[in-house]
Design a protein around this ligand. Sequence first.
Ligand SMILES: Cc1cc2nc3c(=O)[nH]c(=O)nc-3n(C[C@H](O)[C@H](O)[C@H](O)COP(=O)(O)O)c2cc1C
Length: 383
Amino acid sequence: MRAFSPIVINGMRLRNRFVRSATAEGLAAPDGSVTDRLEAAMKALAVGGVGLVISGHAYVEKRGQAGIGQMGVHKPEMEAGVARLARRVHAHGGRFVVQLAHAGCRADPALSGEPAVGPSSPDNADAAACQAMTAEDLARLEAAFAAAASLCRDAGADGVQIHAAHGYGISQFLSPRTNRRQGAYGGSLENRARLLLEVVGSIRSLVGRDYPLLVKINSEDFLDGGLTAAESRRIVTWLEAAGVDAVELSGGTLDSGKLSPIRPGRFPIPEGEAWYREAAQSLKAAGLGLPLALVGGLRSLETAEELLASGTADLLALSRPLIREPGLVARWQAGDRRPSACVSDNLCFVPLRRGEGVSCLTEARQRRPAAAGGGEEAQEACE
Ligand SMILES: Cc1cc2nc3c(=O)[nH]c(=O)nc-3n(C[C@H](O)[C@H](O)[C@H](O)COP(=O)(O)O)c2cc1C
């Protein structure tokens, strides 16, 4: 099967085409450092057969922290923890990439201890909650991404992925809805994409051409005045020209309602799977040469195989199915082809927001109905 054939991305050999899409685990210590539980979670994914494990979004500077228990790669002291994760994944045949992130206006000042900064202040009641980045802030952010990438390389991680999706920091710059700046970083698409491309350049200048560098980006924002599909395609061609090694295609922001990056509900198999299939096909038809990972609603091996066979995608990325069942890929490979049992109810966010670490409440309830808890409170938290 194609899904279990290897692929090489800028020297990084993956044993199969399955990627654990970046998923906030909420398992880091309050200072952002790696814990035994986070290490165990990465091990479970590698043991479970995932070819490429991408970490949850890790903040490159403290004021870009989005959530409780988020991992940090913002200072040299974090290197030892990243090394632990890389060693653990390698020991079980997987490859390990760290997702580098800055939450921009979605940062949480209560966690970071600093005001949030982003492309521009929102022109609503939240205006005071986010300040426009100065030229100095932008230089600081670019340097922070590069330093974090260098830390990951020195720690033995196989590569890094820039988080440019879902309405977080860099994605806020790409979208005209959230980027109201004048000047070099706002206005035209070239200007809105400038920060992302400069981050790519600053990372390359520190880690060199041989270190795998990936980008996760929205195929579109699905919002009035947001990033459009045509704009996203142009940015991806610029990323290819800038020497990025692979692109993961997602879509939507936390404001996109039913078209958010974590669409809720059961998706019929196969017609409800692979939400960004057409966007991927357009990129391939336009001659994209980079390996393309597709995330969003993938639940069956048959669809994974069909996406590879049709040349729509080169890699298949999963998030919620692997929260429910970290061993899903190994199960499929062993011949049990039943689709993921994930019902996409997003109850996995409930323990995450409580600071207990991400987990599948639905699976726990089915296993031990009395012990799992969550109940109505869980339902409320996801609405
Ligand atoms: C609990 C949770 C945490 C997530 N954290 C991240 C993250 O840190 N970075 C990111 O790019 N996407 C994150 N995502 C989005 C997923 O990577 C993925 O794009 C989305 O869930 C759709 O894929 P799925 O249908 O396989 O879950 C998260 C999703 C969930 C459910």
